[in-house]
Design a protein around this ligand. Sequence first.
Ligand code: IMP
Length: 194
Amino acid sequence: MVKKIIFATANQHKIEEVQSLAGQDFALLSMAEAGIIGDIPETAGTLEGNAMQKAEYVYRRTKTACFADDTGLEIDALGGEPGVYSARYAGEEKNSKANMDLVLAKLEGVSNRKARFRTVIAYIDDDGGKHLFEGIVNGEISLAGHGQEGFGYDPIFIPEGCDKSFAQMKLSEKNLHSHRARALKKFTEFLNTR
Ligand code: IMP
């Protein structure tokens, strides 16, 4: 029997990405398909807290298995910033170029450029059981942006062991390293053992 799981995201691209990893035994439903309209609150202050807050919001209304994700770029020399504020680091307009410019300005003259992307997935099963999955990719912030692929901070993030940024990679290559792919792999492996 196909198992229905709601993905608490407004991003259709993410739904397709996870559906392709989860396989045919699972039917991922969007929020609209689950009858949930409008923005879900994200006020917890940590990636784990935000992901669980979003999943709980949907579970309370549907009592159906559901999950949510939250991702942040954590830069050592900035005390873990932008972290949970990654999307709106330079302001509410969520502008990637402005966010990257702010990071590069804050790191001007700083030699420690170590950083990581971290994704947390929070899953609530049909019975209300809660589970967290984490995916990390370590790397460093380059001196300037390079590449046109991807989104967000991809042009300034060089994953460990690579000599180019995420924005200089096709999605298939980025997925070999990426935080989101790693978290999704743990999550879908978990689903497939249930
Ligand atoms: P979200 O939780 O997936 O919406 O991610 C929050 C923010 O982190 C995004 O708005 C981007 O700025 C940044 N981000 C998340 N994933 C990536 C990525 O794979 N590459 C670059 N930036 C990312």
